[in-house]
Design a protein around this ligand. Structure first.
Ligand code: PEP
Ligand code: MG
Length: 322
């Protein structure tokens, strides 16, 4: 098996018809960097920086963050390191002692970053100062409005101006938005015109679209990423990004499911970020597919009215190409 994985890691990331694809890694800690290099991943497409929270409650200091990010960026250079700003709150780490009746609909992600400038400022400064090699990119969690993106953009610009006038050397990072709330899908046209890239978070997109808590076991059978409401949103997002020449990748768990590949490729997606160990399998699935028939299958799936029908259609299709 190991030999197979090695061979696959070296095989070109492309479809059967030769269309280039890009596979990146999702990581939670810098210790996982080794896995990135060993599976033919092109870099880190999602670093969940909230894992740096000390004892799950306290924000790390700016200098600690800077050293951590710099070490990762240097190890990866020139490959990219996409740092998602702290996605704390909700079902993740508890930042405040306030108990919320609906934490997933509460104080989480970008909302905390906007309300607590100390956290935002120290993270942005640490990222800027760590970005001497220019391979760090910044990703914003839980975006539901243009104002949120503008807020961070102006904080970032303020720090950039300040560091420049202080004579500190660094490179300006690209700025991207997670698309994981249905509101963001409905304004995707505007979002893809003001950011450098987007990354689709199918875990939260499924949770918020279907009103199904991603961690509540009672309703897990309703957590269905092939629901027509999700599938159609994915098509909307990817089409808008491609139309507006905004880079788009997918970093939710759906990117690890071979069944989703014909649909996603057919919608025009070419970048995936998944846990490193899943790259060989999805890469080998993609190497069997060609764009033209994937596009046809995607169009068919968009007409179907249930997750069951969509999954059966994709299963039948994959069975034929394998
Ligand atoms: C997602 O929501 O799909 C995602 C990638 O982010 P997380 O799982 O960290 O919320
Ligand atoms: Mg998410």
């Amino acid at each position: 098996i190991e030999a197979d994985v090695c061979r696959l890691s070296d095989a070109p990331a492309q479809t059967r018809c030769g269309t280039p694809l890009h596979f990146y890694s999702n990581i939670d800690f810098r210790e996982e960097l080794q896995s990135v290099q060993s599976v033919g991943s092109e870099g880190v497409g999602l670093f969940r920086s909230e894992n740096l929270f000390i004892d799950n409650t306290k924000a790390p200091q700016e200098h600690e963050q800077q050293a951590y990010y710099r070490e990762m960026a240097e190890a990866l250079h020139p490959a990219p390191l996409v740092i998602r700003l702290f996605d704390i709150g909700g079902d993740k780490l508890i930042y405040s002692s306030i108990s919320e009746p609906n934490p997933n609909l509460g104080w989480r992600g970008i909302r905390i970053l906007i309300d607590v400038p100390e956290i935002l400022d120290s993270q942005l400064l640490a990222i800027l100062k760590a970005n001497t090699g220019g391979n760090i990119q910044v990703l914003l969690p839980m975006i539901s409005s243009i104002e949120e993106i503008r807020h961070i953009r102006s904080a970032l610009d303020r720090h950039i101006d300040h560091l420049k006038s202080a004579g500190i050397s660094f490179r300006e990072p690209l700025l991207g938005a997670m698309i994981e709330i249905p509101a963001a899908v409905l304004i995707i046209e505007e979002i893809t015109k003001i950011v450098d890239f987007i990354s689709i978070g199918t875990n939260d997109l499924t949770q918020y679209t279907l009103a199904v808590d991603r961690n509540n076991e009672i309703v897990q059978d309703l957590f269905e990423k092939f629901h027509p409401a999700i599938v159609r949103q994915l098509h909307t997002i990817i089409s808008a990004a491609n139309r507006n020449k905004c880079r788009v990748s997918l970093c939710g768990d759906m990117g690890s499911d071979p069944l989703a590949m014909p649909f996603l490729l057919g919608c025009g997606l070419r970048e995936f970020s998944v846990v490193s160990s899943d790259i060989p399998e999805i890469k080998s699935t993609c190497r069997l597919l060609d764009i033209e028939s994937s596009e046809k299958i995607a169009q068919e799936c968009l007409q179907l009215d249930s997750a069951q029908k969509i999954k059966s259609r994709l299963q039948r299709f994959l069975g034929q190409v394998k």
